[in-house]
Every structure is written in structure tokens, then in C-alpha cells.
Design a protein around this ligand. Structure first.
Ligand SMILES: Cc1ncc(C[n+]2csc(CCOP(=O)(O)OP(=O)(O)O)c2C)c(N)n1
Length: 631
């Protein structure tokens, strides 16, 4: 079946039996591919029938289907002409793991971050109406993503405008972890109600056989009304100005087609169709453990037993929570990614999953800090972008002691452009009062977290997505003086100032350079703010070439702060080279491939340092394999 589908048009004439067969093949294709390439598995298995129904009822690309987050768009990709490239999912140069406007005309809006679909869809709706056109706009959003403030801002606005917009709420009860919050509870009652409805249907068959005056009959009518009052979430959506339809079984293609066709043909105002699905549907390991199978790693991964930075973060939090009763941890819907289960298990009242609500997470933490608590916001670099103003206005302006534990800083790899953590050093170092640090290894991570918790200041500690370097973890935690770097290696030809994950490859680059007769000093900067001004000034008074290395955009990054310092210190005679990410978005691919592309691995760093040397060194240029090449 799947071989015959090149575009959604090929779905239109198929029988229900053929569609069900197609659903099975789609699941098979997704399971075999994603368990090799890595990617979002359970979410995609849950939307197979929904995606088929959407593409049969609507006419993409003239009708616009917008997938929130875009992580569940694999079925959509397979049905919209991307089957042949599907094996390249998330690989360098291959298909993106999310929706992407550059990839297909069937992706009207790119995503990767959650909760943008209703706003984008509403924008398209208004553009359509202003242009006098007549297509349908459908936003598909999960029960996790709809809890974000941005979704509610959009719902509120959509209800106010009253224009024809279709929102499909794909409710599987799960974000990555179980969805949290009052709305989740309300939706949970509806899902429960589905089961109750089944029981009720059976009961009704018996009861309707009774004469109308019977007590049992009257009781059943009362119960039915009570069920509706108790369980149906209609009022909340209706009050927001939407027509509510549902709940519908999201694995029944027929039912969905019937409802979606009705909505397509008759809705004239915002309409929310509530579809209930099972995350991981059709693959029992994923159905029974949707959290684990939300995202799976590519084949051949593994850390060789070395703990990841995220794991060391969580272990450190556990230690600190035992010693410091004022410590609390806040996560915006990422307890899994941040490995927080060990902390939550021991301190369930001091770990807060606030949902996909980064802005709220930061201000919520600020509020707790005003009352003497020490909140640690555990967050991915890319998602912290959402809370830029909250960091400035609510935390730093009031100089509150909130710790930002920033995971996935730098190049994250296969999630691609939407997820790279390559901006945080820039957007954090410009904020007054904030200390910004990055450890050279997992041992230093624990000391910097300890330092941050003790500091009484707003402080960010940024670390990469990877296993640690395998260094031993000190038993005693110690405070590192704020703004103090360390010299790891001495050499008089060039000083390489490296930040965080760039320290290890810089050291390796220094060894390569030494083999060619160039002696490099290597500094673990540790702090992007405040800089170790005395160390940098001292080095620049003795060494004529300064190189900075960071996994961050060069604009406004660590290197640019060093440049400013050198300029202010009047070091005009020093030759400076900044190594980092140029002014562009970093696409998807493995971390190794991307680091090599941007010259951020040892080889690339050594090659760029060599360029600083006069003609006498030219014949020392390194080949791509790291061996010296004769000029
Ligand atoms: C702003 C933002 N925060 C966090 C994430 C990480 N994330 C990706 S998918 C997801 C869960 C989404 O849940 P839901 O919308 O219910 O979709 P499901 O996977 O259950 O189908 C989260 C938290 C993100 N993509 N964007």
C-alpha cells in the first residue's frame, strides 16, 4: 500500500480495509526506521489514523495542516511524498525530524518548539480572510502542548476574532511524561468518560427495555445528565468562543472522517475537535512505556557506562537537596530529559513539573526565591529562549538567587535547527547581575552547581548534551570563585581560551600543535561572565596570539566578550581569532559531523590556530585526518 502513496491524493479512493492495511504498514515503516535513526516514536504511532483521516478529508497543500511541535509529523511526511528519503530522517543532509517549510509544500509552518500551532494557524486564517481566499486551516496540537500559555493566548484571540479555524486536540494524556495541570485532569476525566460511556451504552440497552416510569429508567436519565456535567469539558472551550466536538476515538478512521467532514463543510467559527489517541499505539513496548519511547536514540549510541552531564546534574541535585532544605527544582515538562526521577523519588514535594511553560517556570522560580528558597530551573538551552524576558525582568533585575541548570548547551545534533543550544551564552551574558558558567567536564559541573546554589545570586550553569569525559567525580563539593578561570597547559606561542565543552578538544588541539612545534597555553575559562580579566590581561601581555573557542554563535558570545576586554585593556597588538558558530542556524546531523563542519573539534581548532602563524608555519597545515601535510 505505502509504495503506491506519493501524495495525499492517492489516499482518496481507498476503501476502509485498504486504509487499515496502510495504517499497519505506516507503523511498520516508522518502527523500523526510527529504531535505527532515532527520533520520536510513540507520538507518531499514536497519530497514524488521525493523519490518514486528515489527509483524506482536507486537501493539503491548499488546505493547511499545522502540526504542533512537529515531532509527530512522520506519518504526514510519509503520506506527502517523502517516503524515499524517510531513512535519512535526522541525518546530516536528510529529512528533518520536525516540520520544515524548506522541506515540503505540505509543511506550511515549521516547528520544533511546542505550542506555536494555534497562533500560526490563526495568522493564516486571518491572512486567508483578508485575501478573500477559501482554504481550511487545521492546527493539530497535543494535550501537553496545549497547556502552554502561548496556546491559551492564541485560543483567547481566536475566540475573540471568531473566524473559521479548526483545532484538533490530540489527547493521549501524555506530554513526554504524563501531562500535568488542571486542564490535564479535566481531559483525563473525559477519557475516563469514554470508558464510562461504553459501560453506559451497554446499561442503556437493558434500561431502555424497561417501561419509562420505572425507577431504574429515571435513575439512568439522571445519571446521564450528571455524567455530562461532571465529565464533558465543553464549557471551557465554548466559553473561549469555540465549538467543541468530541471526544472521538482517534484510531477509528471512519468516525474521524465523518466528524472532520462535517466540520470542514459546516463550521463557520473556531472549532475544537477533541480526538483521543493512545501514545505508542500498535507497538506494545511503546504503548506500555510511552515515556521511554517518546524519543528513542539512534542505533549504535551508548555512553560506555560514563554518566551523562544530565545524570551528573541530577545526582548533584539529590546531594544538594539532602543538605539544603531550601533547594527546589523546577522543570518545564522535561523531568525525563533532565534525569530528575531520582530527585523526585526522594523529594516529591521539592520537584515541580510545571508543564511546557518555560516563562512560567522562570517567574515561578523567581517568586519562590523572594521567599528564601533556592530554585534551580532545569531547562534545555533552546527552550530557555522562551523565557528571555522572565530571566531579565523577574530574576536578574531583582537580583534573585535563581539557578539556571542549562542542559543541551551548544551543538545538540540530530534534532537540528530548532533545538541547537547555540545562543545561550549571547543572550545570557548581556544581562546584568547574571553569572554565566560552563564546566569543562562532569566533575566541574557538580562544583559549579554547588557554587551556584551557594552563591546567593542569579547564576546559569550551561552544559552539553552528551556523556561526560569519564573523569572521576570528587566526593567533596567545593565552591569555585566566581569568574576564576584555570590554566590547564602552558605555552608561549598562542593562548587558547576555551569555554565548557570546547575545553577538551582545545587541549587535544594543543597536543596536535605541539607535535608541529607550536606551544599553546590552554585556559579553561569556566565563566563567560564575569570573565577572568586578570588572567586574560596577564596572558595577553605575554602572548601575541589569543584564540577563543566556544559552542555558541560568535555574535555576542564568549569570544566577543574577550575581544571587548582586550580592547578595553588596550591590547591592540594582540592577534585574536574567535572560533564558534557563524551567523547561521545549525542544521541536523550528528554532533561529531557538525563539530567537524564548524571547526569545533580538535582537528578544526588546530587548523584554525595554524592560520595565525606566519609563513614559516604554513607547511605545517594539518590534513583532515589530523596528520601533517607538506605544503
Ligand atoms: C517549548 C518547548 N518545550 C519543551 C519541548 C520538548 N517537548 C517535545 S514534545 C513534548 C511533549 C508534547 O506533548 P504533546 O503535545 O501532548 O504531544 P505528544 O508527544 O503526547 O503527542 C515536549 C515537552 C518542546 N519541543 N518545546
Amino acid at each position: 500500500m505505502l509504495d503506491k502513496i506519493d501524495s495525499p491524493a492517492d489516499l482518496k479512493g481507498l476503501s476502509l480495509a485498504a486504509l487499515e492495511e496502510l495504517a499497519t504498514e505506516l507503523r511498520h515503516e516508522i518502527i523500523t526506521t526510527v529504531t535505527t535513526t532515532g527520533g520520536h516514536l510513540a507520538s507518531n504511532l499514536g497519530v497514524v489514523e488521525l493523519t490518514i483521516a486528515l489527509h483524506r478529508v482536507f486537501n493539503s497543500p491548499s488546505d493547511k495542516i499545522i502540526w504542533d511541535v512537529g515531532h509527530q509529523s512522520y506519518v504526514h511526511k510519509l503520506l506527502t511524498g517523502r517516503r524515499k528519503e524517510f531513512g535519512s530522517l535526522r541525518q546530516y543532509g536528510g529529512l528533518s525530524g520536525f516540520t520544515c517549510r524548506d522541506e515540503s509544500e505540505h509543511d506550511p509552518f515549521g516547528a520544533g518548539h511546542a505550542s506555536t500551532s494555534i497562533s500560526a494557524a490563526l495568522g493564516m486564517v486571518i491572512a486567508r480572510d483578508l485575501a478573500g481566499e477559501d482554504y481550511h486551516v487545521v492546527a493539530v496540537i497535543g494535550d501537553g502542548a496545549i497547556t502552554a500559555g502561548m496556546s491559551f493566548e492564541a485560543l483567547n484571540h481566536a475566540g475573540h476574532l471568531g473566524s473559521r479555524l479548526i483545532v484538533i486536540l490530540n489527547d493521549n494524556g501524555m506530554s513526554i511524561s504524563p501531562t500535568v495541570g488542571a486542564l490535564a485532569k479535566l481531559l483525563g476525566r473525559v477519557r475516563l468518560d469514554q470508558n464510562l460511556l461504553k459501560v453506559k451504552k451497554r446499561g442503556k440497552r437493558i434500561v431502555t427495555a424497561l417501561p419509562k416510569g420505572e425507577i431504574l429508567w429515571r435513575l439512568s436519565q439522571k445519571l446521564e445528565d450528571r455524567f455530562k456535567e461532571l465529565f464533558m469539558p465543553t464549557p471551557i472551550w465554548e466559553e473561549l468562543g469555540f465549538t467543541y466536538i468530541g471526544p472521538i476515538d482517534g484510531h477509528n478512521i471512519n468516525d474521524m472522517e465523518t466528524v472532520l467532514s462535517q466540520v470542514r463543510d459546516s463550521a463557520s467559527k473556531p472549532t475544537l475537535v477533541h480526538v483521543v489517541t493512545t501514545k505508542g499505539k500498535g507497538y506494545s513496548p511503546a504503548e506500555s512505556n510511552a515515556v521511554y519511547f517518546h524519543g528513542v536514540a539512534a542505533k549504535g549510541g551508548g555512553n560506555g557506562g560514563i554518566p551523562t552531564y544530565s545524570e551528573v546534574f541530577a545526582q548533584t541535585m539529590l546531594r544538594l537537596a539532602r543538605e539544603e532544605p531550601r533547594l527546589v527544582v523546577v522543570t518545564p515538562a522535561m523531568p525525563e530529559g533532565n534525569c530528575l526521577s531520582i530527585v523526585e523519588a526522594e523529594f516529591p514535594k521539592r520537584v515541580f513539573d510545571v508543564g511546557i511553560c518555560e516563562q512560567h517556570a522562570v517567574t515561578f522560580a523567581a517568586g519562590m526565591a523572594t521567599q528564601g528558597f533556592i530554585p534551580v530551573v532545569a531547562i534545555y538551552s533552546t527552550f530557555l529562549q522562551r523565557a528571555f524576558d522572565q530571566i531579565i525582568h523577574d530574576v536578574c533585575l531583582q537580583d534573585l538567587p535563581v539557578v539556571f541548570a542549562i542542559d543541551r548547551g551548544g551543538i545538540v545534533g540530530d534534532d537540528g535547527k530548532t533545538h541547537q543550544g547555540t545562543f545561550d551564552i549571547s543572550y545570557l551574558t548581556l544581562i546584568p547581575n547574571l553569572v554565566v558558567a560552563a564546566p569543562k567536564d562532569e566533575n566541574e559541573l557538580q562544583h559549579l552547581l554547588y557554587t551556584a546554589v551557594k552563591s546567593g545570586r542569579p547564576m546559569a550553569v550551561r552544559y552539553p548534551r552528551s556523556a561526560g569525559l569519564g573523569v572521576p567525580l570528587d566526593a567533596e563539593l567545593r565552591e569555585i570563585p566566581l569568574g576564576e578561570g584555570e590554566v590547564l597547559r602552558y605555552g608561549e606561542d598562542v593562548a587558547i581560551l576555551a569555554l565548557g565543552s570546547s575545553v577538551a578538544p582545545s587541549l587535544e588541539a594543543a597536543s596536535k600543535l605541539a607535535a608541529k612545534g607550536i606551544e599553546a597555553t590552554v585556559v579553561n575559562a569556566r565563566f563567560a561572565k564575569p570573565l577572568d580579566a586578570s588572567l586574560i590581561n596577564d596572558l595577553s601581555s605575554r602572548i601575541r596570539r589569543i584564540v577563543t573557542v566556544e559552542e555558541n554563535v560568535l555574535n555576542g558570545g564568549f569570544g566577543s566578550s574577550v575581544n571587548k576586554l582586550l580592547q578595553e585593556s588596550g591590547r591592540c597588538n594582540v592577534q585574536v581569532k574567535n572560533i564558534g558558530i557563524p551567523d547561521e542556524f545549525v542544521e541536523h546531523g550528528s554532533q561529531a559531523v557538525l563539530r567537524s563542519k564548524y571547526g569545533l573539534d580538535a582537528e578544526g581548532i588546530a587548523r584554525q590556530v595554524l592560520k595565525l602563524f606566519p609563513d614559516s608555519f604554513k607547511d605545517l597545515s594539518l590534513g583532515v585526518d589530523g596528520k601533517a601535510k607538506a605544503a
